[in-house]
Design a protein around this ligand. Sequence first.
Ligand code: ZN
Ligand code: ZN
Length: 354
Amino acid sequence: MDKLKQLRSVIKEKGLEALLLSDIQDVNWLTGFSGSFGAVLVTESQGLFISDSRYTVQAAEEVKTMPTKTFASPQNFYDFLAAQVQELGIKLLGFDSNETSVAKLKRMETSLANVQLVPAESLTQKMRMVKSPDEIERAKRACALADACFDHVRRLIQPGSIEYDLGLEIEFFFRRQGAELAFAPIVVSGLRSARPHGHPSENRLQEGDFVTMDFGAKVEGFCSDITRTIVVSHASERHIEVYNRVLKAQIAAIKAIKPGALAKDVDSLAREELGDLAQYFGHGLGHGLGGVVHDLGRMAQSSQDIFEPGQIWTVEPGVYIEGFGGVRIEDDVLVTESGVEVLTHSPKELLVLP
Ligand code: ZN
Ligand code: ZN
């Protein structure tokens, strides 16, 4: 079923006459529009894409499934929206309560004084988590590029290399291939590797350092996200032990993902596998991937998510020991009918480089 049809049936189920999608990720998912500002009105029989005049040409090009309209100064979004709502004869309109701030709601209440506004949250969430064949294709390309990037950057690792330079090299690599960055690369070495989301610094790599690199490409609007930790020149017993425990937890977690399994149970399993090292594992086991790197879906103790075929997840246990260093190993997986297909293939046995 196409996305618009699917969404219409959910809108009907919820007793809504029409829905305003205003989260740009929802808009991008539904229409393919890649700009930074847009909204969609969905009714039982129609859809209308709205943006401003910066995107008139782009919207007409990218949005294939519904008419597009744009407004220009001095008109503003809320008055323009009100005119479209009136033209479509909408009397009861659902809006995204997650995305709509109090200030935005006040503006809507003023412009749409004759329309009943109903908060509706997460109507797209379950649909968005199951990827279309086209999205899966783009995800695979983004993952392949991340693997190629690791293969490139690992050659530059030696004592004296600077974290900044490795981070830049990752950026250059993706840009040169025509891709965007899914997020600013993380490169942390030595004691700094105990920072799960540290930015690259002037630190020079030294023999015996862990180096954690976390990066991803955005290819045609779909993100990949991979982490590898390596050791410079020489690994101590402790490095090997900590690394292999994280690897064992990651492999066990990947094996446990299958349709019907609970995200929170797989998170628990990774923690069990880590044993006494679990105390150093402060974040969730993974997240959904999509048009943004931290897309819908969380593998964590608080998660209600259930795995379904077509979802794409990261699996990324990490152990961060202050005064020693940290390890994270992250792969991207597609949930299949029977388990998962791992989409990132960079080597993950402990690499001692160069
Ligand atoms: Zn990552
Ligand atoms: Zn991640």
